[in-house]
Design a binder for this molecule. Structure first.
Ligand SMILES: Cc1ncc(COP(=O)(O)O)c(C=O)c1O
Length: 208
């Protein structure tokens, strides 16, 4: 134990994704043919229009509003409203340097317990452990497309005393790669039970 480090952080295990990456590099070096599924880094180049917009704006250095650039938040709200029949305005949008950090902050501020499906993305559990949030697991299988069913979710919620629950799911799913086909049923249970939910599809989180 390191007395300068908080116990819940000192106890964390190294990232499984990095361990898989190191192991597959080791096997590759030893001459084995390896198909890597461990590291989800995009193989695609950054689009030229984004590179040039970044260059054009590189000299802008003033602090932004806490919730993020106003024009960007308006554009995100418009995009979400146009494509998903929502009714967001810019005050509902928070821009951050990546969903990992935003979900971490959410776990820190959230007062309640966390629902995770097993297997699930490797960062959800350590984030919960750091934030000292109790975790409840819902076991999934290939029969349920590696997503919790609405029934499983409802039964799990019934078995938990704490009324404040936060559910994390993502699609296409990390680690299984499957696409969620029962989000409406899951959302209906979440709405009925008034749980918070984050559904990651690149950069957005929905709060029911
Ligand atoms: C399910 C899931 N959520 C979040 C992240 C991290 O995303 P970001 O780069 O936006 O922080 C990843 C990265 O692999 C992921 O697989």
């Amino acid at each position: 134990m390191n007395k300068f480090i908080k116990e819940q952080i000192d106890k964390l295990k190294p990232s499984a994704t990095l361990a898989i990456n190191e192991e597959s590099n080791r096997l590759k070096k030893s001459g084995k043919k390896i198909y890597k599924f461990g590291f989800g880094q995009s193989p695609f180049p950054i689009p030229e229009s984004i590179v040039s917009a970044l260059k054009t704006n590189a000299n802008k250095h003033t602090y932004l509003p806490m919730q993020g650039l106003e024009e960007l938040r308006s554009a995100i709200a418009n995009y979400l409203n146009k494509n998903n029949n929502n009714n967001f305005n810019k005050e509902d949008i928070l821009v951050g340097p990546g969903t990992k950090e935003l979900m971490f902050l959410l776990q820190i501020v959230f007062q309640g317990e966390v629902l995770l499906s097993a297997p699930s993305w490797v960062s959800y559990l350590p984030q919960a452990l750091i934030a000292k949030n109790k975790v409840h697991w819902i076991q999934t299988t290939s029969d349920t497309n590696w997503f919790p069913t609405a029934e499983q979710l409802e039964n799990k919620i019934k078995s938990i005393k704490n009324k404040n629950l936060l559910l994390f799911i993502n699609s296409p799913n990390n680690p299984s790669g499957t696409v969620c086909k029962n989000l409406q049923e899951i959302a209906a249970v979440a709405k009925k039970k008034r749980i918070s939910s984050t559904f990651r599809r690149n950069i957005f989180a929905i709060n029911f």
